[in-house]
Ligand binder design. Structure first.
Ligand code: SAM
Length: 285
């Protein structure tokens, strides 16, 4: 799979917008769209602002990689960061620039480009923050080398990655959704929406091939057309982020659709979002 395919996917499906009806359904009114989007996001993922409160952004040079609608960008800037942003897609960059200018948010630079070739100088940031992005980058080992390059030696990388040891991966995606799709496939039903898209994918790729977890995981995280996703435990993090050492990790967000698990007090054990704080290893070129 090429980076061009990945860029095309995210450009066509701007992160999370379908949950609030998309920009088009807000008649192109960016302010109304951003307000709805942020309300939805922080109601569903109320842990995000709390996690951000635990990070000392004030006066630090921060690079955010993978911006989506720029909701967290705004939160980080409001917490006093000297913020720059990078996204693969022109659509996200345009939206984030619009948000920053509509709301008068101070920042350094917003650039379009890839984490595989970060358009910033060596050792120019105190923090690199990336929420829900690096598990979508197939060449993660090259990506982490680039991040290491732009971080100052005592800098910090803070990421959110999908968690392997989560109710969502183990039960919802791993068992329920696969069984459900298999049943519908056999039954020959023609439901609408995402389920229909999954059935079409299954017909195109072959049902057993489509249901293999190595394939199914891509299509069950950010929609049935998502080309690539990976889930992580700390062993996987240490293997893929070899230029870093893990200093802190915690799981948040009870989320395992279609199961109604929001609010279950199990997020530290089986939450879907694995936050990891890392420091560059010394002695790595
Ligand atoms: C799932 S969204 C997450 C956005 C935001 N951080 C959030 O939590 O809502 C993934 C974002 O990462 C961007 N992205 C994907 N691959 C990338 C890459 N190689 N380099 C930079 N950005 C990338 C996509 O364009 C998209 O905006």
């Amino acid at each position: 799979m090429t980076e061009a395919e990945i860029r095309e996917f995210w450009d066509r499906h701007p992160c999370g917008e379908s949950f609030v009806g998309g920009l088009a359904q807000h008649s192109g009114d960016y302010e109304a769209f951003f307000a709805d989007y942020d309300r939805f996001r922080y109601a569903l993922e109320a842990h995000i602002p709390k996690c951000l409160d635990g990070i000392d952004f004030k006066g630090r040079r921060v690079l955010e990689i993978g911006l989506g609608q720029g909701a967290d960008s705004e939160q980080i800037i409001r917490r006093g960061a000297l913020w720059s942003g990078l996204d693969l897609t022109p659509e996200s960059v345009a939206r984030v620039r619009t948000r920053l200018s509509l709301r008068g948010l101070p920042h350094e630079a917003v650039r379009q480009g890839s984490v595989l070739q970060i358009p910033f100088d060596d050792e120019s940031f105190d923090i690199v923050f990336s929420h829900g992005v690096l598990h979508h980058v197939p060449d993660i080992r090259a990506a982490q080398r680039e991040i290491r390059r732009v971080l100052r030696p005592r800098g910090e990388l803070i990421v959110m990655l999908y968690a392997r040891w989560s109710l969502n991966y183990l039960l919802s995606i791993g068992v329920l959704r696969r069984l459900g799709l298999l049943a519908l496939y056999g039954f020959g039903g023609a439901p609408s929406g995402k389920v229909r898209d999954h059935l079409e994918n299954a017909r195109a790729h072959g049902i057993w091939n489509y249901l293999r977890m190595a394939n199914f995981i891509h299509r069950n995280t950010d929609g049935p057309f998502n080309p690539y996703s990976k889930v992580y435990d700390l062993r996987g993090v240490r293997a893929d982020f070899a230029d870093f050492e893990v200093v802190e990790a915690y799981k948040r967000f009870m989320h395992a659709p279609p199961l109604p698990v929001a609010g279950l007090p199990l997020e530290r054990l089986l939450g879907w979002h694995l936050w990891v704080h890392m420091r560059p290893r010394t002695g790595v070129a």
